[in-house]
Design a protein around this ligand. Structure first.
Ligand SMILES: *[C@@H]1O[C@H](CO)[C@@H](O)[C@H](O)[C@H]1NC(C)=O
Ligand SMILES: *[C@@H]1O[C@H](CO)[C@@H](O)[C@H](O)[C@H]1NC(C)=O
Length: 258
């Protein structure tokens, strides 16, 4: 854990260095130690098209989505990567959990249910999916449904318009990797005025922190139509983090949130 924080700090410093130097072309920068939240011995090395070019056509997550995990080239031990390519994405790693398993373990069932109205419902079950999830508690999700005017889960499931709305709200809680540095948002980076883009391209801003009832510091997030506190930070999945929120964030005006 401590070494990851240091890694995060090192990455943060690198990032500041990038931002501070206008003459550097970000596309040419090589970040040697990208932030991978994995806390166990497994790797997830993307297969290169050629060792000479080092070019990666498809990352491990895509290879797993395409069903390529059983292909011989993925499993063969080569000198550089004894364990084969894409050990995590292909489910050959016992020491970390998919986001779906973590959500279940933490009792964040309503958020997992809402993700099922999007393509991400399928992705969170895949251990190679890389993202930071802002997961509201079940109470927060139920409050949100109530404000939208839906009595319960069934009322949403039987209404295609409602499924679309709840799906958009779920997407607003997914922070995809920052493309330029292929790294994820984690709590140490959520400083005042950080803008974190969600999977609907609309952002959430970190507005600071406050002391919660239990004396802990909670990070405050400002969404477009509601605000939330992070109750629990950086729960680790194989290739991502889960942040537990006390309130659902709302991306645009809708019934109950004007
Ligand atoms: C989401 O959908 C998958 C696949 O249909 C299912 O296995 C899973 O139980 C669903 N999750 C929730 C929380 O409803
Ligand atoms: C969210 O917080 C911001 C700044 O702290 C405040 O201006 C805004 O009114 C809040 N929004 C809601 C919906 O409470």
């Amino acid at each position: 854990m401590a070494s990851r924080r240091l890694q995060a700090l090192a990455l943060c410093l690198t990032f500041v260095a990038i931002l501070g130097s206008n003459s550097v072309n970000a596309a040419k920068l090589i970040i040697e130690d990208t932030l991978n939240p994995i806390n166990c011995g497994c790797t997830d090395v993307d297969p290169h098209d050629s060792f000479l070019s080092g070019h990666v056509g498809f990352q491990c997550f895509d290879q797993a989505r395409f069903g390529a995990c059983s292909q011989p080239f993925m499993q063969t031990a080569i000198r550089e990567i004894d364990e084969g390519y894409c050990q995590i994405s292909c489910g050959r790693c016992d020491c970390c959990k998919s986001m779906e398993k973590i959500l279940k373990q933490q009792g964040l069932n309503m958020f997992a249910w809402a993700l099922n109205f999007t393509e991400y419902g399928e992705y969170i079950a895949m251990p190679g999916f890389m993202a930071t999830l802002l997961a509201p508690t079940d109470d927060a999700m139920n409050d949100m449904l109530g404000k939208l005017g839906y009595e319960n889960k069934e009322a949403v499931e039987s209404d295609s318009n409602a499924k679309g709305i709840v799906g958009d709200i779920a997407r607003y809680h997914i922070l995809l990797p920052i493309a330029e540095i292929d790294s994820l948002w984690s709590a140490p980076f959520m400083r005042k005025n950080a803008v974190m883009l969600s999977a609907i391209r609309s952002g959430t801003r970190t507005v600071g922190s406050h002391t919660g009832d239990n004396g802990g510091q909670h990070i405050l997030l400002q969404g477009a139509k509601s605000n939330a506190s992070i109750l629990q930070t950086d729960i680790e999945a194989c290739k991502g983090f889960i942040q537990v929120l006390d309130t659902a964030l709302i991306p645009f005006a809708m019934t109950g949130y004007n």
